[in-house]
Design a protein around this ligand. Structure first.
Ligand SMILES: *Cc1c(COP(=O)(O)O)cnc(C)c1O
Length: 372
């Protein structure tokens, strides 16, 4: 019995698109710079393992994840590449990370003190990337004094810690206004002046910085959203074309004619304006297709069809231009007969960003992978 393959509500992932996006980015890099594929949150909803494999084939040197379990999932699947956990974790996880050669982000002195004892006891050495908070206000050290203290501490315990990298994260690398980005970069470079022996990796660039601020420097790029073919800021052109990897499709599960005035869905928020063909599509907010998508238009046979009535947990209704057969394809994200709905369109309508739309697709949406 195979579970997870019996649903025609599918996210179709074009692994070749992911490869092309990565290869195009790598072409822009300097010799000494390497690309790390950011595959946190189940590869932004695209599926961790297939995406990681495609990224590696395309030339990604390593991976960034958000949490330890994501790194362990990669290890368990046989990936022996470098993996950086971007989030901070309690000291009690230090030995586990060291044992699995998972690179740890450190943004707190207390962590090092506690981890040192545990690592010594377990005779393990932890690879460390130091996080600097230059204006994101999230994690990391903020002053030269703090940084000196942690560098000194790690130097004193070479059996427990290897200072492998140092980085910061931009709050607005995707903005047209460069002021804050430049402030952060200046602060980062100031803090770096404290370092006497450079670690292997110095990095600042997320997708946005790598696309629009090539000069930001560093020898590692944390390439996330753009590898999935999504523009971090759709209002600014990207230096090379990004190819979206994900489309979201379903099909008509029911089709019926309703007469003028008949109500559709919970709360009867929609009433047929005339005699209409209504289709039912088996996707709902439990799939990550948000309830507030009522009124948005999806594609059937190349026609834009409005979502009528409230989106339910598992189903929604759309108004069709005519009768269609059951199992006719419904495209919620992607192309159909030359028309297109993008993840950006969905995000705009839902008043959020496309990151949240793809990450929010529930596991029960079947992932289907295609590649030549
Ligand atoms: C998520 C994340 C990234 C990737 O950001 P994109 O905008 O998707 O490229 C890079 N660095 C850090 C620290 C992150 O948390």
């Amino acid at each position: 019995m195979i579970i997870g393959k019996h649903r025609n509500t599918q996210a179709i992932i074009d692994l070749d698109a992911i490869k092309v996006n990565i290869q195009n980015e790598i072409k822009q890099l300097k010799q000494a710079q390497s690309l790390f594929a950011v595959v946190k949150a189940d590869a932004y909803g695209h599926g961790l393992l297939p995406v990681a494999e495609a990224a590696k084939k395309a030339g990604a040197k390593g991976f960034c994840v958000a949490v330890i379990d994501e790194a362990l999932a990669l290890r368990q699947a046989g990936f022996d590449d470098e993996i950086l956990v971007l989030g901070v974790n309690p000291a009690s996880t230090a030995v586990l990370m060291a044992q699995n050669k998972i690179t740890c982000t450190v943004g707190d002195y207390d962590f090092l003190i506690k981890a040192q004892l545990l690592l010594k006891e377990a005779k393990q050495k932890l690879l460390v990337h130091i996080a600097l908070d230059t204006g994101m206000g999230r994690i990391g050290f903020k002053t030269k004094a703090e940084l000196k203290q942690v560098l000194m501490f790690m130097q004193n315990y070479p059996q427990q810690f290897e200072f492998d990298g140092i980085f910061t994260h931009f709050a607005s690398a995707d903005s047209e206004d460069e002021t804050y980005y430049l402030q952060q970069l200046t602060k980062f470079n100031e803090l770096l002046s404290v370092i006497t022996k450079k670690p292997r990796y110095i990095h600042v660039a997320n997708s946005a910085a790598s696309l629009w601020h090539r000069k930001c420097g560093g020898n590692m790029i944390r390439f996330g959203i753009a590898m999935y073919g999504l523009n971090p800021n759709s209002k600014i052109n990207t230096p090379f074309e990004l190819k979206p990897a994900l489309s979201l499709v379903s099909e008509l599960a029911a089709v019926k004619k309703v007469t003028k005035g008949e109500a559709i869905g919970y709360g009867s928020t929609y009433r047929a304006k005339e005699d209409e063909w209504i289709g039912t599509v088996p996707i709902g907010y439990a799939d990550g297709w948000l309830r507030r998508m009522q009124g948005f238009k999806v594609l059937v046979d190349g026609h834009y069809c409005e979502i009528v009535g409230r989106v339910c947990m598992d189903q929604m209704m759309i108004r069709l231009p005519k009768r269609y057969d059951l199992e006719t394809r419904v495209t919620l994200i992607g192309e159909d007969h030359g028309n297109e709905v993008t993840a950006q369109d969905v995000a705009d309508y839902a008043q959020t960003i496309h990151y949240e739309i793809t990450c929010g697709l529930a596991p029960r949406v079947t992932r289907l992978y295609k590649s030549k």
